[in-house]
Design a protein around this ligand. Structure first.
Ligand code: NAD
Length: 499
């Protein structure tokens, strides 16, 4: 497709074509056609970006915290004012409906606002007179060049989980966004420049495995923040760690919602539909399995089905509830799981394969789908489907529901719906999951708490943003200091003790 525009990298404050001639198509999923091409970096192109970030680091880390903070403040103002432009980019390349794109930006903005408080967040600690005449203090300093690798499903929010904090803390950044919807990253980098960010502090390199591998192994890259599927997260964690880098690698998910018999079933049904089909189920915090206690399962399914009948699938620019999937290949993979579930004995209560979309016939459509009695041994249950397919698994009570959740390889998010405070409190204590909702279906923590799962949903021990984000993007020095005084003289070969 040579007549399509080509999206460049963003290196040293300007678009850069790089040396590689490889490109990949970027689709408009609601129309099913390529709308532009994106460059795919070579190892050498990635090296150019790292060199720019490395060159920018000394001056940026030496810039006052107040100045760094003011760039973030201005970025926040600009992003707020121009969020409509970014939402249009997200809808056009990802397919999510415009209102959902606005929500993604709002949740990313939260982290920008959190990063604006860097002067407080990066404060060290001071202990006076720990031994006679000796003071100890700790400093938090930036790491250097940090690498960020983001997935297709949140092309703005996931980069915003990381780069504002990294930059406010004094690091410089090489961001490798998803090649499926890459334009948001360039748009944000350009806006950071408009906000006053010096060239080279935030660089965007597009590409695939070649660019990622170059980032993971580059000796001048201090850390890797990754978000994506579990197999790739594991690979990133192992490779980057073996290359001496600090790593946080957030992986895939299979999030369960446990509905106890005393729950408000209308609220639970609303929540299941919103959290199951928002963004066409392409959220790492989507609810993909409802664990319904037998006594209420039929009533709950009826309420969910009624609500599903009102959903409009179509072009995200036309006021629909749910947009297309990211690619035709992914749509076919997701719809294949409906066949798998049926073959394994599940009941297809609502089949999204026959959906009539409000949009171009060539779009990557799949309507909301509801499966009942999904066997735990079916790949439709065990795999992360990442699409608008909600599975019901019937359980005989709390204990069985909890066992199922705790047996999952994933531990990203979960929710319990109940009016029993004791059951909810037990659940938060007993469940092996990193983020828990109590009558809240998508419990994405606010920016001043940290985001991350357990088990195969997070490799490494640092969650994203919040206190974990600050710790991840800084390293501490402890300084023990004495200002000389004649009384401090004398020889003593023993290990220092306090007097
Ligand atoms: P993905 O793993 O396919 O891609 C993520 C990133 O890795 C992209 O930048 C991609 O270019 C790169 N990549 C892909 N294959 C690679 C390879 N072989 N070697 C090196 N790099 C490679 O994920 P995706 O399909 O873009 O995103 C969806 C996945 O992300 C889902 O599994 C979802 O659960 C997960 N996700 C998790 C969270 C979380 O916070 N835990 C948040 C959002 C998305």
């Amino acid at each position: 497709m040579t007549d399509l525009p080509t999206l460049d990298h963003w290196i040293n404050g300007a678009p850069a074509s790089g040396a590689s001639t490889r490109t990949a198509p970027v689709f408009d999923p609601a129309r099913g056609v390529a709308q532009k091409n994106v460059r795919m970096a070579s190892t050498a192109d990635l090296g150019t970006a790292v060199a720019a970030a490395r060159a920018a680091f000394p001056a940026w880390r030496g810039t006052s915290i107040a100045k760094r903070q003011s760039v973030l403040f201005t970025f926040r103002e600009l992003l707020n004012k121009r969020s409509g432009e970014l939402a249009a980019i997200l809808t056009s390349e990802h397919g999510k409906v415009l209102s959902d794109a606005g929500g993604e930006i709002a949740r990313g903005l939260e982290v920008v606002e959190f990063a604006c408080s860097m002067p407080t967040l990066i404060k060290g600690e001071y202990s006076e007179n720990v031994s006679t005449g000796i003071d100890v203090y700790s400093l938090k300093q930036p790491l250097g060049v940090v690498g960020i690798i983001s997935p297709f499903n949140f092309p703005a929010m996931v980069p915003l989980w990381f780069f504002p904090l990294a930059i406010a803390a004094g690091n410089t950044v090489v961001l490798k966004p998803s090649e499926k919807d890459p334009s948001a990253a360039n748009w944000m980098a350009e806006l950071m420049k408009e906000a006053g960010l010096p060239d080279g502090v935030l660089n965007v390199v597009h590409g695939d495995k070649e660019a990622v591998d170059a980032l993971l192994t580059h000796p001048d890259v201090a850390s890797i923040s990754f978000v994506g599927s579990t197999p790739i997260a594991r690979y990133i964690y192992e490779t980057a760690s073996a290359n001496g880098k600090r790593v946080q690698a957030l992986g895939g998910a299979k999030n369960h919602m446990l509905v106890l018999p005393d729950a408000d079933l209308d609220l639970a049904a609303d929540a299941a539909v919103n959290a199951g089909f928002g963004s066409a189920g392409e959220r790492c915090m989507a609810i993909s399995v409802v664990l319904a206690v037998d006594a209420v399962a039929d009533a709950l399914i009826e309420k969910i089905t009624e609500r599903m009948a009102t959903l409009k699938t179509g072009d995200g620019r036309r006021g629909c509830d749910m947009g297309p999937l990211i690619t035709g290949v992914h749509r076919d993979k997701v719809s294949g799981y409906i066949d798998v579930a049926a073959a394994d004995g599940a009941t297809v209560v609502v089949d999204g394969r026959g959906v009539t979309p409000d949009g171009d016939a060539n779009g990557f459509w799949l309507g909301p789908t509801l499966l009942d009695k999904v066997p735990l041994g079916s790949a439709a249950y065990t795999d992360e489907i990442f699409g608008p397919v909600l599975s019901i698994v019937r359980v005989d009570g709390y204990e069985q529901g909890l066992d199922i959740i705790n047996s999952s390889q994933y531990g990203n998010g979960t929710a319990i719906f109940t009016n029993d405070g004791g059951a909810a409190r037990r659940f938060q204590n007993e469940v092996s999951v990193g983020m828990i909702g109590i009558n809240v279906p998508i419990p994405v923590p606010v920016a001043y708490h940290s985001f991350g799962g357990w088990k195969e949903s997070l490799f490494g021990d640092a969650k994203a943003y919040g206190p974990s984000g600050i710790a991840f993007f800084t390293r501490e020095k402890a300084v023990t200091s004495r200002w000389l005084d004649p009384s401090h003289g004398g020889l003593n070969l023993g290990f220092p003790q306090h007097d």
